[in-house]
Design a binder for this molecule. Structure first.
Ligand code: IFM
Length: 444
């Protein structure tokens, strides 16, 4: 048996990522809850309901996370619980989050806390949500309250999760509340997200100067389905610029470039990330389509079968090299510490997930070898949870969940991940046991 292994740095953070609405249950005071109650909005017509019942029993899953040796967990606080009415703060909800954060610390798990993970209090949605410029001040007020109340238990903060995905689903595709299909509103929303992030960044640093604060962006690889077509190449590159980079650029360089603005530099936006959060899921292959204005003139194409490693249920391909490429690109552009704040796949049978985890961690390792300052990795997600308009159809968890009975099943990939975390390394023996087919991809 080969003794080859990929070792990770000492103090590397190994975690899983989660989100309040997807895990807590009964978040009935937010706009996504209202949205999911309407028939036809969710693939399997389910609602989030009790979700993983974290509002009452998160600690049981924290125990499981500790058994898997995780030393960090990314979770979010639910705005609609904490501020159920404008500027009225629910102390009992703050207390529950304090309990959860304390429970993590007791288990040796460092929390990373996200302030906004897609959902909005109903009062805010009724005022136009992220399309309303007042959101910037509302978000700053909320950030101040959260950090003042929970800051003694948390130092790692994410302001906004995947602003690009939120703007696209809620304002371009119209699949999430408020169901708009207006690309110009989407650009306005993105501008507000950048401004809200920056104001929250400064607010958090004022309250807690030692805090580490960052935006969490979903970055994908957009490649031309046919690399010989110049139109395909143009739309793939435009998609990458607009969807991947404009928001990150604005929060690092301070410039609101087209279509967020006309390139003016705003000092208060610049350098508002202590680290960069990267959520990565795969590669999209694109064809030019002159009729697809809302999709920036692109539609999904397919790769040649021998190239593709398809992901069930999406049009994106599993593409671990993409994680390496994006880590290197972020590093070259911005020289900031990076966390892989999400990476995962839905796989009910858990046949593909072990290979997915191994190949993506090998990509992270390669980036580390190339000098990229990657501080941690969060698998999405710990326990199967409510996947927005996909409902309960896409089990991403290391741990399986039957939402009817709340019964958990530890998947093989959880055992693999636990072994990697415990060893702080990937060994050839692990690959041979869990996913021998990817041996070459992992060790090159
Ligand atoms: O479940 C989502 C999460 O809320 C945000 N990032 C992608 C995940 C999987 O689709």
């Amino acid at each position: 048996m080969s003794t080859r292994q990929l070792e990770f740095p000492k103090n590397f953070l190994w975690g899983a990522a989660t989100a309040a609405h997807q895990n807590e249950g009964n978040n009935s005071n937010n706009d996504f809850w209202a949205w999911e109650q309407i028939s036809g909005h969710v693939a399997d017509n389910t609602t989030s309901g009790l979700a993983c019942d974290w509002w009452h029993r998160a600690e049981e899953d924290f125990d499981r996370a500790a058994t898997l040796h995780l030393n960090t967990l990314r979770l979010s606080v639910e705005w609609s619980r904490l501020e159920p009415e404008p500027n009225k703060w629910a102390h009992a909800a703050f207390d529950r989050y304090r309990e959860m954060l304390q429970a993590l610390h007791q288990r040796g798990i460092t929390p990373m806390l996200t302030l906004h993970h897609f959902t909005n209090p109903l009062w805010l949605a009724e005022q136009g949500g992220w399309a309303n410029p007042n959101i910037v001040n509302y978000f700053a007020r909320y950030a101040r309250q959260v950090v003042s109340s929970l800051g003694d238990l948390c130092q790692l903060w994410c302001t906004i999760n995947e602003p690009n995905i939120y703007a696209a689903y809620a304002y371009v595709l119209g699949e999430w509340s408020p169901g708009e299909q207006n690309i110009f509103t989407a650009f306005r929303v993105m501008r507000h997200q950048v401004q809200a992030h920056a104001v929250a960044y400064h607010t958090i640093k004022q309250v807690q100067p030692q805090a580490q604060v960052g935006l969490v962006q979903h970055l994908a690889i957009f490649d031309p389905a046919n690399p010989d077509s110049i139109f395909n190449r143009i739309v793939a590159s435009a998609r990458s610029t607009m969807i991947n980079w404009r928001i990150v650029e604005a929060t690092m360089e301070g410039r609101l470039k087209f279509p967020l603005g006309w390139g003016k530099r705003h000092v208060n936006l610049a350098n508002t990330n202590d680290y960069l959060g990267l959520n990565y899921y795969g590669r999209h292959l694109l064809n030019f389509n002159p009729r697809a204005l809302g999709a920036l003139f692109a539609e999904a194409g397919t790769a040649s079968p021998e190239m593709a490693w398809p992901q069930p249920w999406t049009d994106r391909e599993i593409y671990p090299q993409g994680l390496y490429k994006l880590l290197v690109e972020l590093h070259h552009q911005y020289r900031k510490p990076i966390f892989v704040t999400e990476n995962g796949m839905a796989d009910a049978t858990d046949d593909i997930r072990p290979g997915f985890i191994l190949t993506h961690l090998a990509a992270v390792h390669r980036a580390l070898q190339a000098g990229v300052d990657v501080r941690g990795y969060y698998y999405w997600t710990l326990v199967d949870n409510y996947e927005w308009v996909e409902g309960w159809t896409t089990p991403f968890g290391l741990i399986g969940l039957d939402p009817q009975t709340q019964r958990r099943t530890i998947r093989r990939s959880a055992q693999l991940y636990a072994e990697i975390v415990e060893a702080n390394a990937i060994t050839a023996a692990m690959v041979a046991r869990y996913a021998p087919a990817v041996m070459l991809q992992v060790f090159g």
